[in-house]
Design a protein around this ligand. Structure first.
Ligand SMILES: [Ca+2]
Ligand SMILES: [Ca+2]
Length: 311
């Protein structure tokens, strides 16, 4: 009898203890309902685990917090990866900083997809890789700073970031993927460096007012021409026809400069030589001085003075 009673008592104690543990765990389970099944470690609001290389991988975040600083380490392990979907749809999130996490190498697919409160991001140089849709549909994102480090802008990375206005692609990037900036309806300026050798045809679809800043011999310029996207060439050689002394003003001093050059009192060089050839016949002689003089006197001249851009 006594043995049975003891067994019953033990069973009762175990049941009560289990119930107490479950009740104690309730707040944790309710904060991270999605992660409770995956046995992730939860610390400082992050749900993470340690991979086979001993690095911390972030899988999720407590979505009650608006500001997140990705830590350098979690439980002594370097934070190396933000997993796919880690912050997916977190609309409370307003700021995220990667600047402390200097071992962070990669931000996974759709990791910040739909973080509609996120306003500003800086991708520091040690991050080597963004992924498909990493920042897609971040509709408040209006400041994006990309440091030299990443080598591609992956497909859909900034798709539908409708508040984004300016982007400077860093010199480390060689490719811009499918729909990378598609639907960024406010995007007005994208600077694309010479290092970029491939851009998907639909990368800027739906960016109605975008202007690409590029150099004259770049792939980006060719791309802009082929896809009928407005562009500005940033390394054009420019001079003002008639401005022989290079002071950005066309006046009688330029006539004097040409005359002095012709009698070898001074020497006009470089682009100014082309500027001094006011009738644009490829020869600098007295007729250019005369032409300029007549223009300044408001006579009709055969070659009106105008701004000339040589590309
Ligand atoms: Ca001048
Ligand atoms: Ca001439």
């Amino acid at each position: 009898m006594s043995a049975i009673k003891d067994k019953r008592t033990t069973k009762l104690i175990v049941t009560i203890a289990t119930a107490i543990i479950l009740i104690m765990m309730l707040p944790v389970l309710s904060v991270f309902p999605a992660f409770s099944a995956d046995n992730y470690i939860v610390l400082q609001g992050f749900a993470f685990d340690i991979n086979s290389q001993g690095e911390a991988v972030i899988h999720g975040y407590d979505d009650r917090f608006a500001d997140v600083v990705i830590p350098q380490r979690l439980m002594g392990a370097d934070v190396a990866l933000i997993d796919d979907y880690a912050f997916f749809g977190d609309e409370v999130l307003m700021t995220v900083s990667f600047n402390s996490a200097d071992k962070l190498k990669k931000i996974g697919a759709n990791a910040f997809y739909g973080c509609k409160g996120l306003r500003s991001i800086e991708i520091p140089p040690w991050i080597e890789e963004l992924s498909f849709g990493s920042f897609q549909n971040c509709t408040s994102l209006n400041e994006l700073i990309l440091r030299e480090g990443i080598t591609t802008i992956p497909s859909q990375c900034f798709y539908d970031c409708t508040a984004l206005q300016r982007v400077e692609i860093p010199n480390s990037v060689t490719a811009i993927g499918d729909r990378a900036f598609m639907g960024c309806s406010q995007l007005s300026s994208v600077t694309i460096p010479d290092t970029v050798e491939s851009i998907a045809g639909n990368a800027f679809d739906g960016c109605e007012n975008v202007v690409i800043n590029c150099t004259k011999d770049s792939f980006a310029r060719q791309y802009a021409e082929e896809n009928k996207i407005a562009y500005v060439v940033t390394d054009a050689d420019m001079f003002i026809l008639g401005d022989a002394n290079g002071d950005a003003v066309v006046n009688i001093n330029d006539v004097t400069s040409i005359q002095c050059h012709l009698v070898e009192l001074e020497s006009i060089m470089g682009l100014s030589l082309q500027a001094a050839d006011t009738n644009q016949d490829g020869v600098l002689d007295i007729s250019d001085a005369t032409n300029l003089q007549m223009f300044l006197a408001e006579y009709d001249v055969s070659n009106p003075i105008r701004e000339v851009i040589i590309q």
